[in-house]
Design a protein around this ligand. Structure first.
Ligand code: DC
Length: 217
């Protein structure tokens, strides 16, 4: 059984997917973290992404691995655990840009499909239901208004003791939506057979319960 959850940045996909996986005893696969791993490599090595051929050559030898330690997904970049660096805004913004490149997507496609073949997974991303796992038994398109998504991200940052401007966060979210939805390769869109869930006025537990109900149909 595979569950595909797609949706825009900040819709709560990872929280929901993680919890759903835990309740069902499945593996949670955060594909955004894989794109962030590649983005980190591009940033750390100052690679200009405007030249797709150059990027393709540079990332060819890069090894992205996914491991599970105490039930938590860890991303290894060329043998180093980089998980703690992946949530930075700069890495997310680069991931949104570099994930539009076909060579970046091609590099991660087999890894994602293989995981779904080997395990029961809850996999979240942008093109899981439409492209990576078109035969997933359950597909969900999870979204929320940009205001609600910005508020959630803002609260997370403040809880860490950092400062932020909620308007800048919302503007970033809107830019990211546009990039993810308007790119040519595997744009973010709802699969025809996906169930649409707007979580703006739902609790985490309500969304998880809705998805678990879908697995029993
Ligand atoms: O879900 P996230 O914010 O960690 O993802 C970071 C970026 O990676 C996102 O802006 C788009 C890209 N991404 C993608 O193109 N396809 C996926 N399956 C997952 C993420």
């Amino acid at each position: 059984m595979n569950i595909a959850i797609d949706g825009p940045a900040g819709a709560g996909k990872s929280t929901i997917a993680k919890k759903t996986a835990k309740e069902l005893g499945y593996i949670y696969v955060d594909t955004g973290a894989m794109y962030r791993g590649i983005a980190l490599y591009l940033l750390e090595n100052d690679i200009d992404i405007s030249d797709a051929g150059y990027v393709e050559k540079k990332i060819e030898p890069v090894i992205i691995e996914i491991k599970y330690e105490s039930d938590m997904q860890q991303i290894y970049l060329n043998g180093n655990n980089v998980t703690s660096k992946l949530r930075e805004e700069a890495v997310g913004n680069m991931a949104s840009k570099s994930s539009a490149l076909p060579c970046v997507r091609a590099k991660l496609l087999d890894l994602q499909r293989q995981l779904a073949k080997d395990y029961d997974v809850v996999m979240d991303g942008r093109d899981i239901g439409t492209n990576i796992l078109p035969d997933a038994e359950v597909k969900v398109y999870l979204t929320a208004s940009s205001k609600v998504r910005a508020r959630r991200r803002y609260d997370e940052i403040i809880a860490k003791g950092e400062t932020a401007d909620i308007n800048v966060i919302e503007a970033d979210i809107i830019t990211r939506d546009k990039q993810d939805m308007e790119r040519e390769t595997a744009p973010l869109r709802q699969a025809e057979d996906a169930v649409y869930i707007d979580s703006s006025d739902m609790t985490i537990d309500e969304v998880v319960a809705t998805i678990i109900r879908l697995t029993k149909k």
